[in-house]
Ligand binder design. Structure first.
Ligand code: NDP
Length: 334
């Protein structure tokens, strides 16, 4: 997941947008650096399109926050997410992709060349754009999540789990991410509560089995989080069991870390004035292609995939985006 939020690039002190004079023209711009972006880069580079890639806030995307990737074909004993992304990056660079640190903060897709502003400082004028901006972790929307940000609330166990060694923590969610985070934390922490709002998990059977077998993971079925408490840092959570039923009950747990694993939001905000999105914000593509409603703009990976959201499907769609872009450029050569 690369993080590309909606950001104003206005100088806060004035109503005037500062004129950007640093302008670079490129053939293909790839925004985002997960498996979709890197695969698009490998294909575009091998097609001599000299792609330029901006990595976003989280270079390597969501896989860099995952532990073992066991389901990507070709790795019989698994590979860590960060290692896989490092390999993909090397492969993209080997064929001439210019991989750069930077965040796309604004997009003008009204005409060709498309204009993408990077870090509010530079404009890339691109003949074709491949959007691979991924998706970002969701929060419950509790005030306490903001209050304790950096003080016990996290949406990435792999990034922050280290800080909770030997402690008690909770993970919210019932999907594969929650199961994976709970398992990861169980190896570091004393105890892991898995807070699940229904009486079953959404996670795949194999992940469920692993969670059930792990002694220091306790599943709190039909629990919802009401709030967090603690003096400056998280010291516990207030939960409600069986909310809205006659058996409704308040439950308090003592924890030092509170991890969100309840899904993701596609990072499509800066394109929303130009591209068709579904009601959640996923970019709509023409079925069987990476084409968006704007000719010359292509989307791949999690930002356009509400269904599969896997590294391997992201990589496949990145390949499609590069091939679509190559053909489109060949047909529209100036
Ligand atoms: P999912 O959408 O699959 O699951 C989200 C979970 O969070 C669900 O259990 C949902 O509950 C719960 N949830 C959502 N909103 C709330 C809320 N407000 N309060 C409490 N609970 C809430 O997201 P994931 O991130 O887990 O997975 C996304 C995709 O990525 C899936 O396709 C998954 O299979 C895949 N994935 C694969 C992995 C792997 O193969 N190694 C690892 C991680 C993810 P409910 O079930 O009630 O809707």
């Amino acid at each position: 997941m690369a993080l590309f939020g909606k950001m104003d690039n206005l100088d806060k002190g004035s109503n005037q947008e500062k004129e950007i004079t640093d302008i670079e023209k490129v053939k293909v711009l790839i925004i985002g650096s997960g498996p979709a972006g890197y695969t698009a880069a490998i294909y575009a580079a091998r097609a001599n399109l000299s792609p330029v890639m901006y990595e976003g806030l989280q270079p390597g995307g969501q896989l860099t926050t995952t532990t073992e990737v066991e389901n990507f074909p070709g790795y019989p004993t698994g590979i860590t997410g960060p290692e896989m992304m490092e390999d993909l990056k090397k492969q993209a660079e080997r064929f001439g992709t210019s991989v750069r640190w930077g965040l796309a903060t604004k997009a003008d897709l009204s005409q060709r060349p498309f204009k993408i502003t990077i870090d509010d400082k530079k404009i890339i004028e691109a003949e074709a754009v491949i959007i691979a901006t991924g998706a970002t972790a969701k929060y419950l929307g509790l005030e306490d999540e903001a209050k304790y940000a950096g003080g016990g609330v996290s949406a990435c166990a792999t990034c922050d789990g280290f800080f909770y060694r030997g402690k008690d923590v909770a993970v919210v969610g019932g999907g594969d991410t929650a199961a994976e985070e709970a398992l990861y934390l169980s190896a570091l922490c004393n105890k892991v509560y898995l807070i699940v709002r229904r009486n079953e998990l959404r996670a795949s059977k194999v992940m469920q089995e692993r969670v059930f077998k792990t002694k220091n993971v306790e599943i709190l079925w039909e629990h919802q989080t009401q709030g967090l408490f603690g003096d400056g840092v998280v010291e516990g959570a207030v939960l409600v069991k069986k909310k809205g039923t006659p058996e409704e009950e308040e439950v308090k747990i003592k924890i030092d870390g509170f991890f969100l694993a309840i899904g993701h939001k596609p990072n499509s905000d800066i394109f929303s004035n130009y591209l068709e999105l579904d009601n959640v914000g996923y970019i709509k593509t023409v079925p069987g292609s990476a084409k968006t409603n704007v000719p010359g703009v292509f989307a791949c990976g999690d930002v356009q995939d509400p269904i599969y959201r896997q590294a391997v499907t992201a990589a496949g769609s990145g390949c499609m985006a590069a091939i679509d872009a190559e053909r489109w450029l060949a047909e529209h050569a100036e």
